[in-house]
Design a protein around this ligand. Structure first.
Ligand code: G1P
Ligand code: ZN
Length: 542
């Protein structure tokens, strides 16, 4: 039986760049998740009888919302739901399933790298038929709908058993519980030279992958241990837990510290990597070297042709504006396009769909390609392994040679988390007011060449996205960027991105924070970070 439940609108359910993110107790309010899911369906047209993909990163409340989504999809007229066994689908795997099975779209349940648990974060995101995050016009429509929604439809049926791969009938809809890993593993095998990587590993090359008790565990076990032959134990923390073992499933140098220390120790393995809560981010650490995501994008782009899936070369490279300019130098040398987009993976969708870009990346540990429409953590790890297997050099040697060829972009991001919202907004507003007066001014040896608030003109759909981050460009190519996070769930997060280009290879082994010291001081001077936030130091430095 299909029931229509009347309800009240909330109006605060603004889906940001990564869907709707709130604490679990917010989602547990009566009708809250249902209202949001119905608002998604009400904003779509033509899904009658079509396929919907549903899955999540296994965090707390995942299974409950999946059951609601299945029953609501049936009541709203979808023809089929494909759901990952155990409610599991990594974000890139969900993107692949949507594309491969020509689904109408998908609901991905995750709060990415944020902690999970009864009082931690949860999220609902809608992906469209190309497998990518819903574009702004769709998320705007969803938001508008949440303000007026007054009822939702749900099938009154028993829960579906998510732990058995089988098909069920829910009203007029079929629900098929699928293996969450198989299609993804097959896709990776089609892109990379598994035989070469197997040979490398069989020859004693040691890989460690930390799944951070999050969604990539089953994927990495299957691919790295079973298919590529890495010894058992190479994949750590491989069981997805609802609270990620109490950890923060964010593969950065703070939350993946143990892995970093392992990789810097005297008898370190050859290659270390990690991925986040929902499997779209990556951390790459070679023996004795942390590869920054911006550098990783540039190095992967420069070497991608060594993997079978990219043997024909790249059409173009896209990076988010705050990501360092290292990739620009590779694009220039390859004679291909370089696209600079606002923060958020959704801006790459059109470039990938139109074949303008093949590889994309963000400084926030997201790298990916046209194989899906999300960033993909394990993909980046496997491309690195493929390159290492073909070049037969260490990651450190590859990085050094890369810098010698292209120069090095020293780069760091300073995050000030849970800052007072008014203080953060005030800081950005004051910067905006100051922009016109900055060019020509000098701060010590640093002279401002240009200052603006980044605006993006999408070359495909011609849409314009304004106010995407304050950029201060100095003579010589150094740069400071300021923007407020769109994904935090409490207070505001101020992100400051600092970059300096160094052509001289005699100066490629400096400590990053030291190399950026004068810029860091100027970044504070211009924006009055300490004064306005009351913080002496960033909460996180990456
Ligand atoms: C952050 C990252 C951004 C990424 C997004 C979703 O967004 O900075 O690159 O696309 O998470 O993973 P922010 O919190 O900065 O808005
Ligand atoms: Zn993520």
């Amino acid at each position: 039986m299909i029931k229509t439940v009347s309800t009240n609108p909330y109006g605060d359910q603004k889906p940001g760049t990564s869907g709707l993110r709130k604490k679990v107790p917010a989602f547990q309010q009566k009708n809250y998740a249902e209202n949001f899911i119905q608002s998604i369906f009400d904003s779509l047209e033509g899904f009658e009888g079509q396929t919907l993909v549903i899955g999540g990163d296994g965090r707390y409340y995942n299974r409950e919302v999946i059951q609601k989504a299945i029953k609501m999809a049936a009541a709203n007229g979808f023809g089929r739901v494909l759901v990952g066994r155990g409610g599991i689908l990594s974000t890139p795997a969900a993107s692949n399933i949507i594309r491969k099975y020509k689904a109408f779209g998908g609901i991905v349940l995750s709060a990415s790298h944020n902690p999970g648990g009864p009082t931690e974060d949860f999220g609902i995101k809608y992906n469209v038929g190309n497998g990518g995050p819903a574009p702004e016009k769709v998320t705007d429509a969803i938001f508008a709908r949440t303000k007026v929604i007054d009822s939702y439809k749900i099938a009154e049926v028993a829960d579906v058993n998510l732990d058995l791969e089988s098909s069920h009938q829910v009203e007029n809809m079929t629900v098929t519980v699928i293996d969450p890993v198989a299609d993804y593993a097959e896709l990776m095998e089609s892109l990379f030279d598994f035989a070469a990587i197997r040979k490398l590993i069989a020859g004693g090359f040691r890989v460690v992958f930390d799944a951070m008790s999050a969604v990539t565990g089953p994927y990495a076990k299957e691919i790295i241990e079973r298919r590529l032959g890495a010894p058992k134990g190479s994949v750590m923390n491989f069981i997805p837990l609802p609270d990620f073992g109490g950890h923060h499933p964010d593969p950065n140098l703070v939350h993946a510290r143990a892995l970093y220390e392992t990789m810097m120790a005297p008898h370190a393995p050859d290659f270390g990597a990690a991925s986040d809560g929902d499997g779209d981010r990556n951390l790459i650490i070679g023996k004795g070297i942390f590869v920054t995501p911006s550098d990783s994008l540039a190095m992967l782009a420069a070497n991608a042709h060594l993997a079978p899936g990219y043997a024909k070369g790249l059409a173009g490279i896209a990076r988010s504006m705050p990501t360092s300019g290292a990739a620009d130098r590779v694009a220039e040398k390859l004679g291909i396009g370089l696209y600079e987009t606002p923060t958020g993976w959704k801006f790459f969708g059109n470039l990938l769909d139109e074949g303008l870009a093949t590889i994309c990346g963000e400084e926030s540990a997201g790298t990916g390609s046209n194989h899906v429409r999300e960033k993909d953590g394990l993909w980046a790890v496997l491309l690195w392994l493929n390159i290492l297997a073909v070049r037969k050099e260490s990651a450190l040697d590859i990085a050094r040679k890369h810098w010698a060829t292209y120069g090095r972009n020293y780069y760091s991001r300073h995050d000030y988390e849970e800052v007072d919202t008014d203080a953060a907004n005030g800081l950005i507003a004051a910067l905006r007011d100051k922009l016109a007066s900055l060019p020509g001014k000098s701060f010590g040896a640093l002279a401002v060449a240009n200052a603006d608030d980044f605006s993006y003109n999408d070359p495909v759909d011609k849409s314009v996205s304004k106010n995407q981050g304050i950029r201060i460009l100095f003579k010589g190519g150094s740069r400071v960027v300021y923007r407020l996070s769109g994904t935090g769930t409490s207070g505001a997060t101020l992100r400051v991105y600092i970059e300096r280009f160094e052509a001289d290879s005699a100066r490629h082994d400096l400590d990053t924070q030291a190399a950026l010291g004068d810029l860091i001081a100027v970044a504070d001077e211009i924006a009055e970070i300490k004064k306005r936030t009351g913080r002496d130091a960033p909460s996180v430095i990456t």
